[in-house]
Write a protein that binds this ligand. Structure first.
Ligand code: TA6
Length: 285
């Protein structure tokens, strides 16, 4: 008899925090219903693809430190009101899983939808639909789909804020961002470089006009990121001091994580007219 090895299960922690556990012949994954936040993906025998802080919150309403937070409908600080939450509200509000499909033993697909955006009227006064499609197989694909249901146009910035797990920051090289203009957000200056990237200090950059895949070369694996509907990529490592200031990261964690984020940020923001849809997508292989 054929043994069914694939499944999508809802699990609940003692504090009521719910997540989807996905398992198939290619990989396992965990996705929190709060924030549609994927916080685990692993393709055995490889180690987990994403860093997750051992001191992270797993609590409704709080962002998880690691995995892939969904930043929407703005990336970073709000443009005009510094009291509004950094990176928008999608990562800290409830989503629901509206569709699942398991086409074969190797592939699981899920669609999550942000619950009632209208409840966030004070934060963002537009009608919209936001869905996240996730495909778990030997590659990981995500599509963040925004549809404008309002009679007015609106402008969004967003990111799939991936925290990659790495063996040690000393071992990694990022390829694909050379000869690409970027904004160094630590100094708000515009720069460019011709070499592949080694990280040896605090780094917070938004690369603009990125059209090629990015590769993260680590000691024992190469991670490739193919983006769609995105011309901006964020590169972030807090380094020693900022890491120490972050309550939800252990002191040396900056050595074992590197954020390479698929974004619509800075001059890559998107304006959607009434009825228009935009998809921010990435495939990690
Ligand atoms: O994407 C980089 C960044 O905007 C950094 O400036 C940094 O502070 C980080 O995201 C984490 O933000 P968070 O709000 O999750 O603490």
């Amino acid at each position: 008899m054929l043994k069914i090895v694939h499944m999508i299960e809802t699990k609940t922690l003692a504090n009521g925090f719910r997540y989807l556990f996905v398992s198939n012949k290619s990989a396992t994954a965990k996705i929190a219903l709060h924030g549609a936040h994927l916080f685990h993906y692993q393709r055995p025998p490889d180690p987990p693809l994403f860093y997750v802080s051992s001191t992270s919150h797993f609590e409704n309403g709080k962002a998880i430190r690691g995995g892939i937070p969904v930043c929407w409908p703005w990336f970073g600080k709000h443009k005009s009101d510094s009291k509004l939450p950094q990176h928008g509200f999608a990562r800290t509000t409830p989503w629901q899983c509206i569709e699942t499909a398991e086409s074969d033993n190797f592939t699981s697909e899920l669609t999550l939808q942000l619950e009632d955006i209208q409840e966030n009227d004070l934060l963002w006064p537009y009608k919209a639909e936001l869905c996240l499609k996730i495909k778990i197989s030997d590659t990981l694909t995500m599509q963040l789909i925004t549809t404008n249901l309002d009679s007015r146009s609106f402008t969004i910035s967003s990111a799939l804020h991936s925290y990659f797990a790495i063996s040690n920051i000393e071992n990694v090289l990022v390829k694909g961002l050379n000869n690409t203009p970027f904004v160094d957000t630590l100094t708000m200056t515009h720069k460019q470089h011709s070499d592949d990237i080694n990280i040896s200090r605090e780094t917070d950059r938004v690369y603009q006009d990125v059209h090629q895949p990015i590769e993260l070369h680590d000691a024992e694996r190469i991670i490739r990121i193919d983006n769609k509907g995105s011309k901006s990529v964020v590169l972030w490592n807090p380094w020693i001091e900022k890491n120490r200031q972050m309550a939800d990261m252990a002191d040396d964690d900056y050595k074992t994580m590197l954020c390479i984020e698929t974004a619509n940020a800075f001059k890559d923001v998107r304006t959607l007219v009434s009825g228009e849809t935009h998809t921010l997508g990435m495939t990690i292989s």
